[in-house]
Design a protein around this ligand. Structure first.
Ligand code: MN
Length: 223
C-alpha cells in the first residue's frame, strides 16, 4: 500500500489538532501484577486494573463522546464535576482515583523521611497517629469509597474519605483539597484475598506505599 503524507502549514495542522477528540486511556500499571504480593495478590491487581479501571475509562469516554471535555485534563473535570452528569462523576472519578492509586503503590516501600514526614508528625502528632486516623477513615467509610490524605486550601495536610468514586478535588466534596495519598476501600480492591476483612487490607497497605511519589506530590503542592 502506498501511503502519501501531506505536510500542511503549521497553523492549519494546529487547527486540525484542536478538533481531534482524544479519548481517555487506561494508564499502564507501573509494575507487574504480582509486584505487591503478598499484600495485594496478582489476580486482584489484574482484575482491578484491567477490568474495573478499564470500565471506568470506557464508560467515561462513552459519557463524554463528542464533547470537548474529552480533551480536558481529568483533574480539571473533577474540579468542575457539578456541571457534568452522574456518569462522568462516577467514571471520571473512577479514572482519576485509580490512576493516582497505581502510582502511590509500589513493591519496595521505604520508611518516609524529609519534609512530608515532618509535616505528618506536626499535623497528626506522630506517624502512628496518622496511620490510625487514616486507617479509621478507610475502615469507617460505609459501603464503597476512598480514604485520602490531602493538601487542603490552606496548604495543610488533612485526612478525609469520600463515597463511591468521588474524590476531594470535586467541587461537590465535603472536604476539599488535592489528594497525595489515596486508599481504595471498595470490596473489589481486596475481596479475593481478604474477603470481609477490610481492616487487614488497610494494615497491609502500609507495606506497599511508594512514599517517593507521595512526597513528590506534596512537594509540588506546597512549593
Ligand atoms: Mn477500585
Amino acid at each position: 500500500m502506498l501511503i502519501i503524507v501531506i505536510f500542511t502549514p503549521l497553523d492549519q495542522s494546529l487547527t486540525i489538532e484542536k478538533h481531534l477528540i482524544m479519548a481517555f486511556e487506561l494508564p499502564k500499571l507501573p509494575y507487574s501484577f504480582n509486584a505487591l504480593e503478598p499484600h495485594i495478590d496478582a489476580r486482584t491487581m489484574e482484575i482491578h486494573h484491567g477490568k474495573h479501571h478499564q470500565a471506568y475509562v470506557t464508560n467515561l469516554n462513552k459519557a463524554l463522546e463528542g464533547s470537548d471535555s474529552q480533551n480536558q485534563d481529568i483533574s480539571e473535570i473533577c474540579k468542575n464535576i457539578s456541571k457534568f452528569p452522574a456518569a462522568v462523576r462516577n467514571n471520571g472519578g473512577g479514572h482519576y482515583n485509580h490512576s493516582l492509586f497505581w502510582t502511590i503503590l509500589g513493591p519496595d516501600s521505604k520508611a518516609l523521611s524529609g519534609t512530608l514526614n515532618d509535616a505528618i508528625n506536626a499535623t497528626f502528632g506522630s506517624f502512628d497517629n496518622f496511620k490510625t486516623q487514616f486507617g479509621n477513615a478507610g475502615a469507617t467509610r460505609f459501603g464503597s469509597g476512598w480514604a485520602w490524605l490531602i493538601v487542603n486550601g490552606s496548604g495543610k495536610l488533612e485526612i478525609c474519605s469520600t463515597p463511591n468514586q468521588d474524590n476531594p478535588l470535586m467541587d461537590i466534596a465535603e472536604t476539599k483539597g488535592a489528594p497525595i495519598l489515596g486508599l481504595d476501600v471498595w470490596e473489589h480492591a481486596y475481596y479475593l484475598n481478604y474477603q470481609n476483612r477490610r481492616p487487614d487490607y488497610i494494615s497491609a497497605f502500609w507495606n506497599i506505599i511508594n512514599w517517593d511519589e507521595v512526597a513528590k506530590r506534596y512537594a509540588q503542592l506546597t512549593k
